[in-house]
Design a protein around this ligand. Structure first.
Ligand code: ATP
Ligand code: MG
Length: 313
């Protein structure tokens, strides 16, 4: 079942480019990944079949892989469990199936914790122009898509509107405090390293990724609460995934995910049919199908099995 926008009998908290967030109560939220797709920060008019389910189930899969090593927000991504916990959703079972996650509610740090294990995208652009990344000098002579060891932590502010802005680790510390800044960097590096290793066993390079963290209040204890991993985790929307068997530094890499969509939009721009702003051009069926196939393929490669429409594993 395709979903452009959800309409649930719950209090809506926010609508992101991809996900609709609802309040359950003081301690819990419902995250609904729709099938919306954005490219170049513009949400397309069409939906991509299975995309929401793939994003939610990939996040759930990673959180199970990381279980015991990282505290996280997932309570359930299984529709039966979710409906049992929130009976109000009983008439929405089919549309919510697989795409929905019940999570612990947190206060999210206003920081995008970006980790880069390969030199690509905006990082390559900055390096090529000034030899730096996030303002810090990198070794000379690195090539595009080159592996970075150790990976580089390059935080950005979470902008409410418009583009996120890169900040230094010191800048991050002055926003959220030294201790939390250090903790977010430590967790980000640890999760990325685990993710990169697990993905490599499956022929996937995670070139870079973005994490978000939040704080849950400690009930009945003194102190500032616990920092946990929230949001989507190591998905094709929050990360750059490359097929390892085609990896070759020195140029850009073919990527899983939205490449067919980006290629199509680039061609529309070059032809003068789209200026890069809202409204986007209509997408041909082949582009929608190719994009959907990419998302399903990455799910299969990562987890080793096909997507279950009910979100069971
Ligand atoms: N456990 C959590 N507690 C509180 N907020 C959360 C939690 N997990 C995720 N969120 C928030 O839910 C929202 C998810 O929405 P979504 O990712 O679609 O939108 P966005 O991040 O605003 O936009 P985009 O990702 O498209 O740039 C984010 O604002 C994220 O910070
Ligand atoms: Mg987001």
């Amino acid at each position: 079942m395709l979903m452009q926008t959800s309409a649930l009998p719950l209090k809506p908290l926010r609508r992101g480019k991809v996900r609709d967030v609802y309040e359950i109560d003081a301690d819990r939220l419902l995250l609904v990944a729709t099938d919306r797709v954005s490219a170049f920060d513009v949400v397309m008019g069409e939906t991509i079949p299975h995309k929401g389910a793939v994003l939610t189930q990939i996040t759930a899969w990673w959180l199970r892989q990381l279980e015991g090593r990282v505290d996280h927000h997932m309570l359930s991504a299984d529709i039966d469990e979710i409906v049992s916990a929130v009976p109000l959703l009983r008439d929405h079972r089919e549309e919510l199936s697989a795409r929905t996650m019940l999570v612990r509610r947190t206060t999210v740090f206003p920081i995008e914790c970006v980790v880069r294990g390969y030199l690509s995208g905006s990082a390559w652009k900055e390096y090529r122009e000034s030899g730096t990344l996030a303002g810090e000098a990198l070794p000379k002579g690195l090539r595009e898509s080159e592996r970075l060891d150790p990976p580089i932590f390059s935080p950005a502010t979470k902008a409410e509107e418009g583009h996120d802005e890169n900040i230094t680790v010191d800048g991050m510390a002055s926003l959220i405090g030294d201790a939390d800044a250090r903790e977010l960097e430590r967790l980000s590096r640890e999760i990325y390293e685990s993710g990169r290793r697990i993905a490599a066993e499956r022929g996937i390079i995670i070139a870079d990724t973005k994490f978000e963290f939040g704080r849950v209040p400690n009930t009945g204890r003194e102190g500032g609460g616990t920092v946990i991993l929230v949001d989507e985790v190591l998905t094709p929307d929050s990360s750059r995934f490359w097929p390892a068997d085609r990896y070759e530094p020195g140029h850009g890499q073919p990527s899983f995910d939205k490449q067919p969509l980006r290629d199509y939009l680039d061609a529309e721009k070059r032809a003068g049919r789209w200026d890069g702003n809202y409204p986007p051009p209509p997408l041909p069926e082949e582009v929608i199908d190719a994009t959907s196939a990419r998302y399903l393929d990455i799910y299969r490669r990562l987890t080793g099995h096909s997507l279950d429409p009910n979100g069971r594993h």
